[in-house]
Ligand binder design. Sequence first.
Ligand code: ADP
Length: 151
Amino acid sequence: MKKIALFPGSFDPFTKGHEDIVLRGLTLFDEIIIGIGYNSGKSKRYFEVDFMVKKIEETFSDYPNIKVLTFAELTAAFAKKHNANYLLRGLRNTTDFEYENSISQVNRHLNPELESVFLITTPQFAAISSSIIREVHRYDGDVSTFLPYQL
Ligand code: ADP
């Protein structure tokens, strides 16, 4: 059976840290679906979702086993719909861990076949966060070194 993982996130924007998790995930899974979710608990996006889909597709244009989709439902339900038995997530620090720990318990409760798999960040990408990139970009700072594509 094909091993399909869903890598869910806001990806506002998708960063080199995210790219690293996806590429390393490919050593474990046959296919990775990058799912851009609209989290109702979060405010409006900074980068348009369609723009981000295009940029992520461009980043992985050489990889037919990486897909980019958007979703507006429970992550566990979306994974099931796409036959993904794994959720791929990245961990940078203990703050990420606290959050990921509780969310993975809930996801498994919602879909018992769904196993969450966590990859520890590569040190050089550990400080990259979408929220900091948004702040820098908002004030016209150069964020190009943090992104795997041109804005
Ligand atoms: P969410 O809003 O669901 O937290 P994000 O787009 O911020 O979505 O992140 C998606 C996933 O990528 C999360 O598991 C997050 O911890 C991970 N991640 C974010 N930045 C990095 C990074 N620099 N290195 C490794 N993992 C990261």
